[in-house]
Design a protein around this ligand. Structure first.
Ligand SMILES: Cc1ncc(COP(=O)(O)O)c(C=O)c1O
Length: 390
């Protein structure tokens, strides 16, 4: 941890953190503010829940709406993107008939694929997988691969904004424009907000779920689900609570009642999202645009250093890179023999690098994914490149 204001992060300074993508990272100040919220709750739980919680939820909803250019009416807090995806699939289930298809791509996230498989098993639907190539040369290849899988039986498409194993920024605007309204799209934006500009209303997808605990650097357990105005009424949380019979005046009010209270929980992560947005965005001149540009430029430099030093070819054009990049490790490293942690990742941990090395289903070699956020400097990547070379 050596970037500007490095000590402001909760990260262990003895480690080179190059896997922001999996679980994000937080500023100490954000953690302190979260602790204040927790203390407020614990100091007077009833008053907190019946009096203070709603304004805090609404304040965060408005801040998120502004950040991702979404009407706050369609925004619901969820604990993570997994829950956002599961909520939509559960809501959609009643519309599915045997033989219908749920469309995804080969670059999707394993947990999301399992939700699709689970939904398919319950309804008799099938999961169709668009074989987006990798390495890739042009974003148009993504759109073409997705469209090639669409049939009259395609009822819902779940498409990543930024992919997990391959770290590709998909041309999500083109894909949504090509599919909607005939095929509703649920955008898996787990890696979107804070890594790439997100304009949810303009995008026009039926749903968008995004994590705030990744690139926005809010505490763990802060994410959102957005439903387009015409999807609000059918969109239910995966867990049903008081909101189901709440006295409400509109479908929008019911939607908020349903999602804002899923039972007793720790609401502090969501409550401090506005602080994370302000504090992290304030660390770079140019605010969040400056943050995203710095991280993008840095990860490109890191990728180049690794490619040159360890002689690993690049797998994607710069325009498809956000603040993460995946490289294909040479065949000599072989496939991961299995187990929880690849031996290579374990070796890198032991050498002071926190990275992720993945086996990607159907892919013969391992992928190494790096990331860049404000606490990183180019030194992190030259050190990693040297370690990879040796
Ligand atoms: C593409 C993608 N979707 C969904 C998720 C799930 O996010 P969470 O674990 O916060 O639910 C991840 C997590 O890394 C992801 O990369």
């Amino acid at each position: 941890v050596a970037g500007p204001g490095a000590s402001a992060w909760a990260l262990d300074p003895a480690v080179r953190h190059l896997n922001h993508g999996s679980f994000g990272a937080v500023l100490n100040e954000v953690l302190e503010r979260q602790t204040e919220w927790r203390r407020r709750f614990e100091a007077d739980p009833s008053r907190f829940v019946f009096n203070d919680l709603r304004p805090a939820m609404d304040r965060a909803r408005d801040a998120v709406g502004e950040f991702v250019s979404a009407d706050p009416i369609g925004l619901a807090p969820v604990r993570n993107a997994t829950t956002g995806i599961a909520s939509v699939l559960r809501s959609f289930e009643t519309l599915l008939r045997p033989g219908d298809q749920l469309l995804t791509t080969a670059h999707d996230y394993n947990a999301v694929r399992q939700i699709l498989r689970f939904t398919a098993a319950r309804t008799g639907a099938e999961v169709a997988v668009a074989r987006v190539p990798f390495p890739i040369e042009d974003p148009v290849q993504v759109t073409e691969s997705v469209l090639a899988e669409v049939t009259p039986r395609t009822k819902l498409a779940v498409i990543d904004h930024v992919t997990s194993p391959t770290a590709l920024v998909f041309p999500i605007e083109d894909i949504v424009a090509a599919l909607e309204p005939e095929v509703p799209v649920l955008v898996d934006g787990a890696h979107g907000p804070g890594q790439v500009p997100v304009a949810v209303d303009d995008l026009g997808a039926s749903w968008y779920t995004g994590n705030l605990h990744k690139w926005v650097c809010a505490p763990k357990g802060s994410a959102f689900l957005y439903a387009r105005a015409d999807r609000i009424e059918m969109t239910m949380p995966a867990v049903i609570s008081h909101g189901y019979n709440a006295e409400v005046e509109s479908a929008e009010d019911r939607y908020h009642e349903l999602f804002d209270w899923l039972g007793t929980d720790d609401f502090s992560a969501w409550a401090v999202v506005p602080d994370a947005l302000r504090l992290v965005g304030g660390l770079e001149p140019g605010g969040w645009d400056g943050v995203m540009k710095r991280n993008h430029d840095l990860v490109l430099e890191g990728r180049r250093l690794i490619s040159e030093t360890a002689r690993i070819p690049l797998s994607a054009p710069e325009e498809m890179v956000g603040s993460m990049a995946s490289v294909v490790l040479p065949d000599a490293t072989g496939p991961d023999p299995g187990g929880d942690l690849s031996p290579m990742m374990g070796d890198l941990f032991d050498s002071g690098f926190s990275t992720i090395v993945m086996n990607w289903p159907g892919w013969p070699s391992q992928l190494l994914r790096i990331s860049a956020h404000l606490y990183n400097t180019s030194d992190d990547y030259s050190a990693l490149a040297e370690r990879l070379r040796t």
